[in-house]
Design a protein around this ligand. Structure first.
Ligand code: NAG
Ligand code: NAG
Ligand code: NAG
Ligand code: NAG
Ligand code: NAG
Ligand code: NAG
Ligand code: NAG
Ligand code: CU
Length: 661
């Protein structure tokens, strides 16, 4: 009987469109995950649109708070600004599935204009399905506007994940949401520590701008003065902009997120940071300590702390013991670095059952979100009993360790801002870097800016001109001149790979959290050396045997901080063939090329593209004119622009004559 029901549910895949429901917590895939349960196919529709905070759908919000909860009403922090939404929700739909389910996401790109997109499932290994990793020009062609694309993958690795647009600045403007892959309680070594793991206790926190992110990006790159302000949201809500109530003349705000608990019960919370700026966030709950149990989907030995820091792209799961007096308590999020200037912070309400339901009014202040005591995952600090780096955590070894004593491949990756004249931003003649007051140091890895290929590496490798790849020749002098190329690091299938990440720390108040696609890695060492360091200094320490590695119980993560002026050493077994991006999760930094592509295996090792998989870039189809066309479209600075224009006209004439024959 039960198995028939399971079968029915499995066969009947259910599609929830934007008009049916404002929440996905009632999707049939949101169920208790039991040992030996039948996997389901969980289908969702994502409609991407340009939208706006406090649209018509919000009616009298926030004068009438009830209106703020209407379907399609994005109240955010009360600042009416254009956004991009999935199904007119912010965050977009939360996906709750069980391990081994098949997730199907039908993306419908209805962004006006010709903005293309792709959706990445952050933390999902995509083993055997690298084509569904959602990185434009690495794993697929961008999904053009008015087009659809279906993602389909097995949720094989469990934990708190999230999905987000991996194209342009769309993640920053609203295209993201939770993806929680649950496992049977038996598989979770911490399951005896809590009673409830509820979908409404997934908490997505992030910095949020008072304008479209493109405004800030272009101001940063081409002016050097910023006008937009940074605030913060928790599950798409918060108070920032004040309004005068027309009837009472009282100041009112858009509502906070509310997390409900019952006294004397223990709850699992899942915190996801989708920050886009250099904005590490300190999280704490007033009057409550929290028990940290997992990060990036993987459990570790529980540690009790007063607060923790979540870097962009990271996730932390904690247990909250509701053992205090019945009441309302602030859940606090405090932004640092880029977020500190505007004192960006936000709160949500932890509400015990039977507590006063009255909304607190005014926003809280920034300083009161500074929480002392024991902290996990500090920002740019050396480890100490009160500032515990993740490298001190002990994995519970629920996952195989797979680490060799000596790695097969070892890379040093020095990441930093470099004072290099980026000709994409400065003009050599009209406004060279030397003539501008506000230069823009380039976020780079090994002094190279990673370039987006003109065709996807995974599916159309041979359409990518060889000269665009980094080679020893074209990266010989990158300390002195701007180097931009496709930076591929090759490893063989099943290699044990070690990467020593170094943040040289030329600029003090910065941090680059690195995220690896296709895998998680073990954090085997981490240390802050000084205010700044150099690649050479860290290599010397390593040669002298002064970097000791924990190969017994290192935690597994997919996103990790590198202490500024220090290093983080990671290891993983490269058992997932494909092209995997490894990049800084600060949006502007990755957009400017702070990352590399890790190629695991030869092309022959990689799964073939699914049948009829979309192709792109085939304006190069004319064969003999390939090289010329590429040259024209990328318009190199080496030749004066007139020469380029004349050359291109000649090539175009030749090409059109050739085609008309
Ligand atoms: C607020 O809006 C709701 C519907 O969203 C409505 O039922 C209610 O009457 C409104 N309250 C006031 C005071 O206007
Ligand atoms: C609200 O303020 C306006 C202007 O200050 C005033 O004219 C009006 O009487 C006030 N209304 C109420 C209900 O207090
Ligand atoms: C609830 O809080 C409001 C505002 O703080 C207060 O006026 C009210 O008396 C409280 N109600 C109860 C039952 O405590
Ligand atoms: C990890 O294990 C080691 C060795 O048992 C222990 O000394 C250390 O305190 C543990 N770390 C944490 C954070 O529990
Ligand atoms: C990058 O270039 C800077 C000079 O611009 C140099 O000091 C630094 O050592 C270089 N770093 C690496 C990793 O080559
Ligand atoms: C490196 O670049 C600098 C600055 O552009 C230039 O002066 C120097 O000749 C270059 N060196 C080599 C070996 O190309
Ligand atoms: C740390 O850096 C400072 C400033 O660069 C330097 O004076 C000091 O000697 C360094 N300390 C160590 C331990 O290397
Ligand atoms: Cu960065």
């Amino acid at each position: 009987m039960a198995s028939t029901l399971h079968l029915l549910l499995t066969v009947a895949t259910i599609v929830w469109g934007q008009h049916e429901l404002p929440t996905y917590e009632t999707h049939p895939c949101m169920r208790e995950c039991v040992d030996g349960g039948t996997p389901m196919t969980c289908e969702y529709t994502f409609t991407l649109e340009y939208y706006i905070v406090l649209s018509k759908a919000c009616f009298a919000c926030p004068s009438n708070i009830t209106d703020c909860y209407r379907p399609h009403c994005v109240a955010a922090d009360g600042v009416r600004r254009p956004i991009i939404t999935v199904n007119r929700m912010l965050p977009g739909p939360a996906l709750h599935v069980c391990q081994h389910d098949t997730v199907v996401v039908n993306v419908d790109n209805r962004m006006e204009g010709s903005e293309s997109t792709a959706i990445h499932f952050h933390g999902v290994f995509q083993k055997g399905s690298p084509h569904h990793d959602g990185v434009p020009m690495i794993t697929q062609c961008p999904i053009e506007s008015s087009s659809t694309f279906q993602y389909k993958f097995k949720a094989d690795n469990r934990g708190s994940m999230y999905w987000h647009a991996h194209a342009g600045l769309q993640r920053a403007d609203g295209v993201f949401g939770a993806l929680i892959i649950r496992e049977p309680a038996k598989g979770d070594p911490s399951s005896h520590l809590y009673q409830h793991d509820l979908p409404e206790h997934a908490l997505v926190v992030h910095d949020w701008l008072t304008d479209m992110t493109m405004t800030r990006y272009t101001e940063l790159a081409h002016v050097g003065v910023l006008t937009s302000k940074v605030t913060m949201l928790i599950n798409g809500r918060g108070a920032y902009q004040d309004f005068i109530h027309p009837d009472t003349n009282q100041t009112v705000y858009t509502p906070y997120s509310v997390f409900r608990v019952r006294k004397d019960a223990k709850y699992r919370f899942r915190v996801i940071s989708s920050s886009i700026l250099k904005c590490p966030i300190q999280i704490s709950v007033d009057d409550h300590d929290v028990t940290m149990i997992a990060s990036d989907g993987v459990p570790f030995e529980p540690v009790v702390v007063s607060s923790f820091v979540v870097f962009p792209g990271e996730r932390y799961d904690f247990i909250l013991d509701a053992d205090k007096a019945v009441g309302n308590y602030w859940i606090r999020a405090r932004g640092m670095l880029d977020c500190a200037g505007d004192k960006a912070k936000q709160v949500a309400i932890l509400r015990y059952d039977n507590a006063n339901e009255t909304e607190p009014s005014a926003p809280t202040d920034y300083e009161s979100a500074v929480r002392g005591g024991k902290l996990l995952n500090p920002l740019n600090e050396k480890g100490s009993p009160d500032q515990m780096p993740v490298s001190w955590l002990n994995a519970t070894l629920a996952d195989p360790l797979n680490l060799k004593e000596k790695p097969d491949k070892k890379f040093y990756l020095a990441v930093d801002f470099n004072k290099i004249d980026n000709y994409r931003i400065h003009h050599e003649l009209y406004y060279p870097i030397s003539a501008t007051e506000k230069d823009l140091p380039m976020p780079q890895a090994n002094n190279i800016s990673n370039k987006e290929p003109p065709a996807p590496l995974l599916t159309q490798y041979n359409d990518v001109p060889k000269e665009l790849f980094c080679t020893p020749e074209n990266t010989r002098n990158c300390s002195n001149r701007f180097c931009e190329c496709i930076n591929v690091m090759e490893v063989a299938l099943d290699d044990t790979v070690e990467i020593i990440l170094i943040d040289e720390g030329s600029f003090s108040s910065t941090n680059h959290p690195f995220h690896l696609h296709g895998y998680n890695f073990r954090v085997v060492a981490m240390d802050k050396i000084n205010i700044s360091t150099t690649l050479q200094e860290v290599m010397q320490l390593d040669t002298d045997g002064l970097i000791s590695r924990n190969l017994e119980t290192p935690v597994a993560k997919d996103t990790v901080t590198i202490p500024n002026g220090g290093y983080t050493v990671i290891r993983f077994k490269a058992d997932n063939p494909g092209f995997w991006l490894f990049h800084c999760h600060v949006t502007f930094h990755s957009l400017l090329g702070m990352g590399v592509v890790i190629q695991t295996g030869d092309l022959a090792d990689m799964p073939p593209a699914p049948k009829h998989f979309p192709r792109c870039g085939n304006w190069r189809y004319t064969g003999e004119t390939n090289g010329d066309m590429m040259f024209c479209s990328s318009g190199h600075r080496l030749v004066s622009s007139w020469t380029v224009i004349i050359l291109c006209i000649l090539i175009w004439m030749k090409w059109s004559i050739h085609n008309s024959q």
